[in-house]
Ligand binder design. Structure first.
Ligand code: GLA
Length: 372
């Protein structure tokens, strides 16, 4: 096989935020928005990466790199570090990649917390896996993409986004245990129940978000150490009060309270969806937002406004999704109320003097696949 076209989706996380680097539970689903890569194999050790509007606006950008010279910290920076990092991670794992021309286009909004970078990584891994016959299992592919992001790009993220892009199944949310990487596909057919899940992109990307993410992560790790557990996942919900008593400062108590209650909420949402009660997940989503806002402190005024305006207009539940400090929020609503909820959020943004949010309806879509 010499070439072809592959696609990998962005994601929203239904629930389970800032739990993946605490060995906890997450529940993302794939969006019908994808990064598409047209790829041809080459055998001269050259990697030619071309992007139409991946990452930063509309300019076409081409980057040429030599596979054998790829090393963390040596990339030019920007969008091409993600696919280059994947090739580096594949090479480091012992796979021979002779080179490739990769041309990317994308419908995943960049910088919106919808994992456009994970989609870029996963589409690259899948294309090279097929072209070079590597035979990688999907979770393994996701783990190599995460390594690219952590080590080559230098972002200390968890495993959720890459796993979502690689492993999601249409019509389902992915219930993932980030400790042992076991996963279960949970049916999520909201339209069948007369429900909509709206995604509001606040178009806000707060500065310093990367540092803040790393600090939350470090805070969780040090709280786990104080509590004498390998990760906060090991604090049972029933033992939360006792664990909080053992923590010296309010900051670490708040981090622990979020992670432990959030893991509990993920399991609650799984149970409700499996019981065919999707409306009842609304208040659980909203409780997740409150916890992220007040305890984990990763929300921002624009995300809070999506949530409060949507709830005031009758939405069943709403929360920020992804890392936070900007990006997107999800809103669960009766289909009949969708238009009114959308108008309410838009008019609240106008009144506050914020830029108009992007909005689209999300249905649980397919993970990465070969198109032709
Ligand atoms: C980002 C990271 C994920 C996860 C979320 C928060 O999306 O890439 O690994 O930590 O933030 O849940």
């Amino acid at each position: 096989m010499n070439g072809g076209v592959w696609a990998a989706p962005g994601r929203v996380n239904l629930i389970g935020e800032h739990t993946d680097y605490n060995d906890g539970f997450v529940m993302p689903f794939a969006l019908p928005r994808t990064v598409v890569a047209t790829v041809t194999r080459r055998d001269d050790g050259l990697l030619r990466l071309r992007s139409d509007a991946v990452g930063t606006g509309s300019a076409v950008d081409t980057v040429e790199l030599r596979v054998d010279e790829l090393a963390p910290g040596r990339g030019p920076g920007g969008w091409s570090d993600y696919p280059a990092g994947v090739v580096w991670a594949l090479r480091e794992a012992g796979h021979r990649i002779g080179g490739a021309d990769l041309h990317y286009t994308s419908t995943v909004p960049a910088g919106a917390g919808l994992s456009s970078s994970a989609a870029l990584e996963v589409v690259t891994a899948l294309a090279l896996d097929d072209l070079y016959g590597l035979g990688l299992e999907r979770q393994r592919m996701a783990s190599l993409c995460r390594r690219a992001e952590n080590v080559y790009v230098g972002a200390p993220t968890g495993i959720m986004d890459q796993t979502a892009s690689a492993c999601c199944v249409e019509g389902h949310a992915l219930f993932l245990d980030t400790r042992d990487l076991s996963r279960r596909q949970i049916p999520l057919d909201l339209p069948a129940y007369g429900l909509d899940l709206l995604v509001f992109d606040t178009r806000v990307k707060h500065a310093h978000s990367d540092g803040a993410y790393g600090r939350r992560r470090a805070g969780c790790e040090s709280a786990a150490e104080t509590l004498g557990v390998p990760a906060l996942r090991d604090v049972p919900y029933a033992a939360l009060a006792e664990a909080l008593d053992r923590l010296p400062d309010p900051g670490s108590r708040a981090l622990v309270r979020h992670v432990v209650t959030e893991n509990h909420r993920v399991r609650r949402v799984v149970a409700l969806l499996e019981a065919g009660e999707p409306r009842r997940i609304g208040p659980v989503l909203t409780a997740s937002h409150t916890s992220l806002r007040d305890d984990f402190r990763v929300s921002c005024p624009e995300l809070d406004l999506v949530v409060s305006a949507a709830l005031a207009a009758g939405a069943l539940g709403a929360r920020m999704t992804g890392g936070g400090f900007g990006g997107a929020a999800i809103v669960l609503t009766e289909r009949a109320a969708s238009a009114a909820v959308t108008r309410a959020v838009e008019s609240a943004f106008a009144t506050a003097g914020y830029r108009a949010p992007g909005v689209f309806g999300a249905r649980a879509s397919s993970g990465a696949l070969r198109l032709s």
